[in-house]
Design a protein around this ligand. Structure first.
Ligand SMILES: [Zn+2]
Length: 145
Protein backbone atom coordinates (compact mmCIF):
# COMPACT_ATOMS: atom_id res chain seq x y z
CA UNK A 1 0.00 0.00 0.00
CA UNK A 2 2.88 2.34 -0.75
CA UNK A 3 1.47 5.24 -2.67
CA UNK A 4 1.67 8.98 -2.73
CA UNK A 5 -1.50 9.19 -0.65
CA UNK A 6 -0.03 7.00 2.08
CA UNK A 7 3.22 8.99 2.11
CA UNK A 8 1.32 12.27 2.39
CA UNK A 9 -0.74 10.83 5.23
CA UNK A 10 2.42 9.55 6.93
CA UNK A 11 4.07 12.94 6.65
CA UNK A 12 0.98 14.68 8.00
CA UNK A 13 0.66 12.29 10.94
CA UNK A 14 4.36 12.57 11.80
CA UNK A 15 4.00 16.33 12.01
CA UNK A 16 0.72 16.14 13.89
CA UNK A 17 2.29 13.79 16.40
CA UNK A 18 4.24 16.69 17.90
CA UNK A 19 1.01 18.62 18.45
CA UNK A 20 -1.42 15.94 19.59
CA UNK A 21 -1.59 12.34 20.69
CA UNK A 22 -2.30 10.08 17.75
CA UNK A 23 -4.94 7.40 17.86
CA UNK A 24 -3.91 3.74 17.97
CA UNK A 25 -4.97 3.37 14.36
CA UNK A 26 -2.82 6.31 13.32
CA UNK A 27 0.18 5.02 15.28
CA UNK A 28 -0.30 1.65 13.64
CA UNK A 29 -0.39 3.26 10.20
CA UNK A 30 2.81 5.18 10.94
CA UNK A 31 4.60 2.06 12.14
CA UNK A 32 3.44 0.02 9.17
CA UNK A 33 4.26 2.67 6.61
CA UNK A 34 7.67 3.30 8.16
CA UNK A 35 8.41 -0.41 7.84
CA UNK A 36 7.55 -0.59 4.16
CA UNK A 37 8.52 2.87 2.89
CA UNK A 38 12.21 3.64 3.34
CA UNK A 39 11.85 7.14 1.88
CA UNK A 40 9.38 8.16 4.57
CA UNK A 41 11.35 6.39 7.30
CA UNK A 42 14.49 8.29 6.32
CA UNK A 43 12.65 11.58 6.09
CA UNK A 44 11.11 11.05 9.52
CA UNK A 45 14.53 10.25 10.98
CA UNK A 46 16.06 13.33 9.39
CA UNK A 47 13.34 15.65 10.65
CA UNK A 48 13.68 14.10 14.10
CA UNK A 49 17.42 14.68 14.06
CA UNK A 50 16.99 18.27 12.95
CA UNK A 51 14.38 18.86 15.62
CA UNK A 52 16.53 17.27 18.31
CA UNK A 53 19.55 19.32 17.28
CA UNK A 54 17.49 22.49 17.37
CA UNK A 55 16.03 21.60 20.74
CA UNK A 56 19.43 20.68 22.16
CA UNK A 57 20.93 23.92 20.88
CA UNK A 58 18.17 25.90 22.57
CA UNK A 59 18.36 23.93 25.79
CA UNK A 60 22.15 23.89 26.07
CA UNK A 61 22.28 27.62 25.59
CA UNK A 62 21.66 28.67 29.18
CA UNK A 63 20.48 25.75 31.30
CA UNK A 64 22.89 23.59 33.28
CA UNK A 65 22.96 19.98 32.16
CA UNK A 66 21.50 17.55 34.64
CA UNK A 67 18.51 19.66 35.64
CA UNK A 68 16.02 17.72 33.62
CA UNK A 69 13.00 19.39 35.20
CA UNK A 70 14.44 22.80 34.37
CA UNK A 71 15.08 21.62 30.82
CA UNK A 72 11.48 20.53 30.45
CA UNK A 73 10.21 23.82 31.86
CA UNK A 74 12.59 25.65 29.57
CA UNK A 75 11.41 23.64 26.57
CA UNK A 76 7.80 24.42 27.41
CA UNK A 77 8.67 28.10 27.69
CA UNK A 78 10.55 28.04 24.39
CA UNK A 79 7.61 26.31 22.77
CA UNK A 80 5.23 28.90 24.21
CA UNK A 81 7.46 31.74 23.14
CA UNK A 82 7.71 30.32 19.63
CA UNK A 83 3.96 29.99 19.39
CA UNK A 84 3.29 33.46 20.78
CA UNK A 85 5.88 34.96 18.46
CA UNK A 86 4.23 33.22 15.53
CA UNK A 87 0.87 34.51 16.74
CA UNK A 88 1.99 38.05 17.47
CA UNK A 89 4.59 38.48 14.73
CA UNK A 90 2.36 40.67 12.52
CA UNK A 91 1.57 42.82 15.55
CA UNK A 92 5.24 42.86 16.53
CA UNK A 93 6.25 44.05 13.08
CA UNK A 94 3.55 46.69 13.23
CA UNK A 95 4.71 47.70 16.69
CA UNK A 96 8.32 47.88 15.56
CA UNK A 97 7.33 50.11 12.65
CA UNK A 98 5.29 52.31 14.99
CA UNK A 99 8.22 52.50 17.42
CA UNK A 100 10.54 53.51 14.60
CA UNK A 101 8.07 56.17 13.48
CA UNK A 102 7.75 57.52 17.04
CA UNK A 103 11.52 57.42 17.47
CA UNK A 104 12.05 59.21 14.17
CA UNK A 105 9.50 61.91 15.04
CA UNK A 106 11.06 62.33 18.48
CA UNK A 107 14.47 62.70 16.87
CA UNK A 108 13.01 65.26 14.48
CA UNK A 109 11.26 67.09 17.31
CA UNK A 110 14.41 67.25 19.43
CA UNK A 111 16.39 68.38 16.40
CA UNK A 112 13.87 71.16 15.74
CA UNK A 113 14.02 72.12 19.42
CA UNK A 114 17.77 72.45 19.42
CA UNK A 115 17.60 74.64 16.33
CA UNK A 116 14.96 76.84 17.93
CA UNK A 117 16.99 77.05 21.14
CA UNK A 118 20.02 78.40 19.31
CA UNK A 119 17.95 80.82 17.22
CA UNK A 120 16.45 83.22 19.78
CA UNK A 121 19.79 84.56 21.10
CA UNK A 122 20.94 85.15 17.54
CA UNK A 123 17.66 86.88 16.71
CA UNK A 124 17.83 88.95 19.86
CA UNK A 125 21.39 89.96 19.19
CA UNK A 126 20.42 91.00 15.69
CA UNK A 127 17.42 92.91 16.98
CA UNK A 128 19.63 94.77 19.40
CA UNK A 129 22.11 95.60 16.70
CA UNK A 130 19.53 96.65 14.12
CA UNK A 131 17.59 98.70 16.65
CA UNK A 132 20.54 100.95 17.37
CA UNK A 133 20.55 102.78 14.02
CA UNK A 134 16.76 103.13 14.26
CA UNK A 135 17.13 105.17 17.43
CA UNK A 136 19.31 107.66 15.62
CA UNK A 137 20.58 109.04 18.85
CA UNK A 138 23.22 111.27 17.28
CA UNK A 139 20.55 113.02 15.17
CA UNK A 140 18.35 113.63 18.19
CA UNK A 141 21.28 115.13 20.01
CA UNK A 142 22.13 117.23 16.98
CA UNK A 143 18.59 118.54 16.55
CA UNK A 144 18.20 119.58 20.11
CA UNK A 145 20.62 122.47 20.28
ZN1 LIG B 1 6.05 6.76 2.25
Amino acid sequence: MIGEKACVKFDRLVHERSDRALSQKEELFINQHRAICTACAQEEELSFMAFDMLREAVLEADVDSGHFDLRVVRLAKVQQAKESVRYWSPALIGGAVACLAVFASLKLASFDGSVKKTHPPVGQARRVITSFPDLELPNVIHRNP
